[in-house]
Design a protein around this ligand. Sequence first.
Ligand SMILES: Cc1cc2nc3c(=O)[nH]c(=O)nc-3n(C[C@H](O)[C@H](O)[C@H](O)COP(=O)(O)OP(=O)(O)OC[C@H]3O[C@@H](n4cnc5c(N)ncnc54)[C@H](O)[C@@H]3O)c2cc1C
Length: 423
Amino acid sequence: MPTFPFHLRRLSPDRLNKEYDDLPELVATRETGLKRLAEFVDGAGEPYARDRNTDFGDPARNTVSMLSPYIRHRLVSEEEIIAAVLERHSPHAAEKFIQEVYWRTYFKGWLEQRPQVWRDYEKSRDQAFAALETNRGLTKAYGEAVAGSTGIDAFDAFARELVETGYLHNHARMWFASIWIFTLRLPWELGADFFMRHLMDGDPASNTLSWRWVAGLHTRGKNYLATRENIRRYTDGRFDPKGLNEQAPPLDGPEPPKPSKLPEGERPAAIPSVLVIHDDDCLAPPVGDLPSKIVEIIAIDASAGRSRGEKGVHAAAFTRNALADAVALHGAGNTAAVENEIDPVLARIERAGVKQVIALHAPVGPANDVLNRLESELRRLEISLVRAIRTYDRDAWPHATKGFFAMKKAIPDLLALMVERSA
Ligand SMILES: Cc1cc2nc3c(=O)[nH]c(=O)nc-3n(C[C@H](O)[C@H](O)[C@H](O)COP(=O)(O)OP(=O)(O)OC[C@H]3O[C@@H](n4cnc5c(N)ncnc54)[C@H](O)[C@@H]3O)c2cc1C
């Protein structure tokens, strides 16, 4: 396995309280994502399959790619990552890694067909925060959990690592969520919110559905229980957590709704247009590939909608820097700032004097909410918002109706489609 030339930037508590403007650059650029991919790709075969579940901790961690912040913002696409991996390994050798990438695709497609699950999460999260105001015991337990002062060594270390670095290994996320729900007996929505505030890759689908999966609400009746022995073993003996509830039953909840129709995407007309980039897809099509003349590029940062609480500095800075990088890449010298309110976006579109705005589809979550609001405002001005869907998503999402198995089965066909398209 290669060791990466870049490690996570761990911020000391006094730095965490500062505005992120004065922090060193948090390398949220496409170039850094591509470098990270190039460094990792050799290890995506057998070493990943063998070692991916072990978390040696920061900065020794080298068993996983740590590409998730780049993929989440699509500074580097799933398709580019899979293509790079398949250039170096056979589909068989890279099977595990490719399957993990498709877990993300599965969660995105599953939530896309059940937007109500995200809405329900938002509602229950807000109710859980309201309960904190009246329940002192809950407030104390929540405060200790997010401060990393519960006395459970692994859990406390992960809470601090999350806040100080903006990243956690997958196994650490599973253990953390499991202890949060079954040992500390805290509402899962508050834990999911803690992740959404601090993870640089905080994502409505992967995060909400993973927390539901740990709780036993996604694969209903089957929860994930963290055990002392498993944590000891897969942290290379760094932790020995005592007092875990290793026997808890799954949480109970209603059946998820039946899948709804997937969006089909639209084709832009060949007329002068504004291109809108958002934090779910910084890889808008190169301006030259669009049928329309792009007169302006506007980037919208919708990350405020990931949580009502204060965002971690890493998460906030990653998104903002990713969007700034996207504008610089696509705009060829366009120096426009990243917007996080609708009104200045509308004003700029009106000033551009166009009848069409083009955006890449934003899946269920805050960026989609912002595009919906923008669309209804634009309609009043008789300007259309055209949302294109990437072929990668359009091909894969229909396989995300039930469990992951159907997606896994479809992977060979999806890879063949990808190869066909790139020929
Ligand atoms: C409770 C919990 C919350 C999570 N929240 C998020 C989140 O907000 N955003 C997010 O991107 N992932 C989330 N994950 C999934 C997973 O933990 C991260 O994607 C992964 O740890 C990212 O690290 P990596 O890039 O080094 O992964 P690698 O192991 O190198 O995998 C490569 C890529 O595959 C995808 N991937 C890997 N494992 C998973 C998985 N289990 N589920 C979905 N996609 C996966 C990611 O895009 C990842 O970058 C969560 C998992 C759990 C258990």
